[in-house]
Design a protein around this ligand. Structure first.
Ligand SMILES: [Ca+2]
Length: 390
């Protein structure tokens, strides 16, 4: 009887044990044929992946850990990451966010990472604002002041040295969301940082605030507001010409692709192709020509997060913008000609895609947004020349 029970218990446990393994590669279908999806590692809420010129990968986990993936193995978390405002709760958007290597990493070993930085002091009676435009969407018990920040460090082996905050969102505010804080380097060495409007709406139009702005940090370290009127930009990619593009989450509908121009105002929260969460309408983009209109909007939304301009040769997608999608559980590929999207392909991944980057060999690396998150490698599936037996 005992052994029977034990056998039954083992049989019940076995399938979950098997699921916990990484398992064989799967494939997804695209216009360029079958793509092999290989799981490289398991991570808790990974947010960003960044290749280093020596082949190692930097990976952030939102709860506050930076790890290195090398030779098929994930390192222990690196010491020296500042405390973030991350708390384990529904739809937490803060924590350790993006990571990127300096374009001259091979010489200077510098990396940059962004995170939500808690304020040194907070009043216990701070409460989330009850802005009607959010409907019932907000966590009204929130009481932590925080703001996005970018830090620079030197990576010596697997050790972070000289960690220094080089930019902070201003002002810090309550609220768990809309940090943005995606980063990309321009060809001239400037670091672009997306700075979300922290669910505060109006500061996106206030030139004294850095909320709701695209920031440009020059190689001299000076930060300037590059463009304004943005909401929640979770993806930025820069073309070889130096032209930055951002993807931003709309409210209820109206996700946007914007070609970012210096001094441009992109209209949030005055115009949007979406509506507020309380269903109250927002005037559409086309009603206010003084604002820069998005190149493309999506309703229903794709929830973009992480993007790249592809310049490899493994896929026939040179010059295309490739973005991860959260709610769409997809990789979105856009063929862009000037200011026009000529073609859109949605590759169904069946997972919330948090970030995509290009590896040095042209493969696409991705991380998924999940407590049981994954590091994935995407490459064309091997061509199998199987002759059918007649
Ligand atoms: Ca807009």
């Amino acid at each position: 009887m005992l052994s029977l029970l034990r056998t039954a218990a083992l049989a019940a446990v076995l399938p979950s044990l098997l699921l916990a393994q990484s398992g064989p590669p799967t494939t997804v279908t695209t216009s360029a044929g079958q793509i092999r999806v290989e799981k490289l590692a398991s991570l808790e809420f990974p947010w960003a992946v960044a290749p280093l010129p020596d082949g190692r990968l930097l990976i952030t986990e939102k709860p506050g850990r930076l790890r290195i993936f090398a030779n098929g193995k994930l390192s222990e978390p690196l010491a020296g990451i500042p405390k973030t405002s991350y708390r384990e709760r529904k739809q937490e958007q803060g924590g350790l966010l993006d990571v990127i290597a300096d374009p001259n990493f091979a010489q200077n070993h510098r990396i940059y990472f962004s995170f939500s930085e808690p304020a040194a002091q907070q009043s216990p009676d701070q409460k989330e604002t009850d802005d009607k435009r959010f409907g019932g969407f907000l966590d009204l018990t929130d009481n932590m002041l925080s703001g996005g920040a970018v830090a620079r460090a030197t990576l010596d082996g697997n050790t972070l040295k000289d960690v220094q905050v080089i930019w902070r969102q201003d002002p810090k505010t309550i609220g768990r969301g809309h940090f943005g804080n995606r980063m990309a380097f321009a060809p001239d060495g400037a670091l672009f940082v997306t700075s979300g409007e922290r669910m505060r709406f109006d500061p996106a139009q206030d030139q004294k605030s850095t909320l709701g702005k695209v920031m440009r940090i020059g190689s001299d370290g000076k930060a300037e507001i590059y463009s304004s009127g943005h909401r929640n930009m979770l993806a930025i990619a820069i073309q070889p010409s130096g032209q930055p593009w951002v993807l931003e989450m709309g409210p209820l509908g109206g996700d946007e692709l914007n070609m970012v121009e210096r001094g441009g105002n992109y209209g949030w929260p005055i115009v949007s192709d979406g509506d507020n969460y309380d269903k109250s309408p927002i005037p559409d983009d086309k009603t206010r020509p003084e604002f820069k209109a998005p190149i493309k909007t999506w309703t229903p939304v794709i929830s973009p997060s992480g993007a790249l301009f592809y310049d490899g040769s493994l896929f026939p997608w040179k010059g295309d913008l490739i973005a991860g999608g959260l709610s769409s559980q997809a990789i979105i590929r856009l063929t862009i000609d000037g200011k026009t999207v000529k073609n859109e392909e949605r590759i169904n991944m069946g997972r919330r895609m948090r970030d995509v980057v290009q590896a040095s060999d042209g493969a696409i690396l991705a991380v998924t947004d999940d407590k049981a998150g994954e590091l994935l490698r995407l490459a064309p599936a091997e061509v199998k020349k199987v002759q059918e037996v007649q």
